[in-house]
Write a protein of this length. Structure first.
Length: 233
């Protein structure tokens, strides 16, 4: 990798990959000499910033968003690289009774019995809205479902007592304080989101961006990604 600090990099990335990248990026910066600034956010906020014309080197979001931005010409054609995938997890406030999520039927019963349910504004909430419809409980739980604002952490909301049960990416829950991680959704209703990187069409340092993406998908990154609750792509 080039030893040239003039090629500073800016990355804007989903909170879902924060735990892994916070550990990996400093190693890349030290080895390469590239200074790296990472801006964290929720899917909706990041998408708006890119649509509004913000220029960065790398965007990391769900694969469908990356593909959309490539089609729009905002990200470089052919630049999508899959980084890691994450399932949806469930959490409660630390010390609270843990709901039964051992099966789809148990999850349905736990949702109906819950006093309040917290969802993110990211990819998991889109999927869960459809799941609740398929389960036939969307109307029954609508009044007690709280969707927090873009970029806000579900874990913090649950820790603060804003909801009894919280749902978001496993990687975001494992690093949260004040909660107990109950586990992932049952396998037959689980949904896995692929988080991918794309290089901005106007990236100031595209070569350095490619080097960082290569580092994040290299063998040295796999263990860190798994430890964060995700799986390498």
């Amino acid at each position: 990798m080039p030893n040239n600090i003039s090629n500073a990099l800016t990355v804007i990335a989903s909170n879902a990959v924060k735990e892994a990248l916070a550990e990996l990026v400093p190693g890349f910066a030290k080895a390469s000499g590239h200074a790296v600034t990472v801006i964290w956010g929720g899917t909706l906020d990041i998408s708006k910033r890119i649509r509004d014309g913000e220029v960065v080197d790398i965007v990391i979001l769900g694969a469908d968003r990356i593909d959309d931005f490539i089609r729009q010409g905002r990200l470089t054609a052919g630049s999508r690289v899959d980084i890691a995938c994450s399932g949806i997890g469930v959490a409660v406030q630390a010390g609270a009774r843990r709901p039964d999520i051992s099966s789809a039927a148990a999850l349905k019963a736990s949702l109906l019995a819950a006093s309040s349910i917290v969802l993110s504004s990211g990819p998991s909430s889109v999927y869960l809205a459809g799941l609740f419809q398929r389960m036939g409980i969307a109307d029954a739980i609508r009044s007690k479902t709280i969707q927090i604002g873009p970029g806000l952490p579900v874990g913090k909301a649950v820790a603060n007592g804003e909801g009894e049960i919280g749902f978001t990416q496993v990687s975001e829950l494992l690093s949260a304080d004040g909660i107990d991680y109950v586990g992932p959704l049952p396998a037959d209703v689980q949904h896995v989101t692929m988080f991918s990187a794309g290089i901005h069409a106007a990236a100031p340092a595209p070569d350095a961006a490619k080097a960082l993406i290569g580092f994040l998908t290299g063998p040295q990154a796999a263990a860190v990604i798994r430890h964060s609750g995700m799986e390498p792509a």
